[in-house]
Design a protein. Structure first.
Length: 456
């Protein structure tokens, strides 16, 4: 367990146990905390100290299980609550921040999610005439509640396109020195997509130049790391094989299995494609001095990353179908799950995350304004697509796409789409029908549609 500044042992213990005592009162009641340790727990002794502390907390705000690192909160906190309490004051107190209009629109939609005044449908029982209101959601990609439905819809959309073959999870990551350019100019994110696509297609083309192989590629952009910092990277689902784009090709070339992915080739190819496209784009957008600095940075990156930029392309372990289902959920996840919030008091937020480098769990206490700043930078621009398809899965199909077997049959896809409405999903996941009256056991009928006042 690692505790980041400015969270001391005493503050953490008070927060966890909801003790609104002063430091003096706390020390008298807890003599074992007479000495305040460092705000950062990094040594083995400090980590063991926190493990011992958490294991004896009983029914505090969360329990710590050393083997699983599970956190169980006494209270649940939502981003809707946090933004509703603080976003207006955040805008007033930070007038110098250049907030994009899409950020304000998405947050206002999220704050109003499931607000009765924003519209709802009324269902009525035919026997007892009791009513049931179905509140309308905001459909915002920033809303964690709506993100669950978005996640399911996207997973179904991707699965319906997949060919019945093994797939590889490939992750393309850029160096930290380049992130600021993508932060300032979101148009560069399109170049990141294109560079990843070109890199994958070049790999398949190099394996069989004359056969014009076309792989299936699903690309998803994540702009966030686990600590919510700006870290744009692309997750790809790539077929372990490809189809020839030659109409009269031999039957064996309709599908060719390719299970060996050249890591070194991927890395160098991605590095070359990205830096070349960025150099071409930034030449017309940066000033002469800034572009000169960028060219110096490009030379530095070629020298520092002589093996290319980091690309991860390890094969799945275990059940491939189960791994794909997990990835589809992971692809469409929000920047931060609300379950990671441990405490919120109106001014400060305590949350945790698991670090990639060493799998250690980090608990961090930040001012609510800092959390808002971290979250809003990940709201995509209006009409920007964070999910894209290429190769076999693009709208421009290859010559033999119709001959390939899909992972899901047409009947299965149609059935899954029929079950994708709100009522069926509640029955599937929570095992009850929301439109059956709990008193009369009769199916309710639609009675009234209440529209929001500001809607046309």
């Amino acid at each position: 367990m690692i505790i980041l500044q400015p969270l001391s042992n005493e503050e953490l213990y008070r927060i966890i146990n909801n003790e609104n005592k002063s430091i003096e009162e706390f020390r008298k009641a807890n003599p074992q905390f007479q000495v305040d340790h460092s705000n950062i727990a990094s040594t083995v002794e400090e980590i063991e100290h926190f493990e011992h502390l958490y294991s004896h907390m009983g029914l505090g705000a969360f329990e710590f299980v050393p083997s699983e690192f599970n956190f169980k909160r006494a209270d649940s906190y939502t981003f809707q609550q946090i933004f509703s309490d603080n976003f207006d004051s955040f805008l007033i107190d930070n007038p110098s921040l250049n907030i994009r209009p899409v950020v304000i629109d998405e947050i206002n939609k999220m704050i109003s999610c499931q607000d009765p005044s924003m519209g709802h449908a009324v269902y009525e029982c035919p026997d007892c005439h009791r009513t049931y209101c179905v509140l309308f959601t905001c459909k915002s990609r920033f809303c964690n509640t709506c993100a669950i439905k978005y996640q399911m819809d996207r997973a179904l959309e991707i699965t319906s396109k997949l060919v019945k073959c093994e797939h590889r999870h490939v992750v393309f990551t850029i160096p930290e020195q380049l992130r600021i350019y993508f932060r300032k100019d979101h148009n560069l994110l399109n170049l990141l997509f294109k560079s990843c696509e070109d890199c994958i297609k070049f790999f398949f083309k190099k394996r069989a130049p004359r056969k014009k192989l076309i792989p299936g590629i699903v690309l998803v952009l994540h702009t966030f790391g686990r600590d919510l910092k700006w870290n744009p990277h692309i997750h790809c689902l790539v077929t372990e094989g490809a189809s020839s784009n030659i109409k009269n090709c031999p039957f064996d070339d309709i599908w060719i299995n390719l299970t060996h992915f050249d890591y070194e080739g991927f890395r160098k190819s991605f590095q070359y494609c990205l830096l070349k496209s960025m150099k071409k784009y930034l030449k017309s957008t940066l000033s002469s001095n800034d572009f000169k600095d960028f060219k110096n940075l490009v030379n530095f990156l070629y020298q520092s990353y002589d093996n290319g930029f980091y690309v991860r392309a390890k094969p799945f372990e275990g059940n491939p179908d189960g791994s794909i289902k997990y990835l589809l959920r992971y692809f469409n996840r929000p920047a931060m799950a609300q379950s990671r919030i441990l405490y919120y008091d109106g001014t400060y937020v305590v949350f945790y995350y698991q670090r990639h480098e060493d799998d250690m769990y980090v608990v961090e206490k930040v001012h609510v304004y800092d959390l808002i700043k971290r979250l809003i930078i990940h709201i995509p621009d209006k009409n920007f697509k964070i999910l894209r398809y290429a190769g076999l899965y693009s709208s421009h199909k290859c010559a033999h796409f119709d001959k390939l077997i899909k992972k899901l049959s047409d009947v299965s896809i149609k059935t899954k789409k029929m079950l994708a409405n709100w009522r069926m999903r509640i029955q599937l996941y929570f095992h009850y029908d929301p439109l059956v009256c709990p008193f009369c056991n009769q199916t309710m009928f639609f009675s009234e549609l209440v529209v929001a006042k500001n809607s046309s």
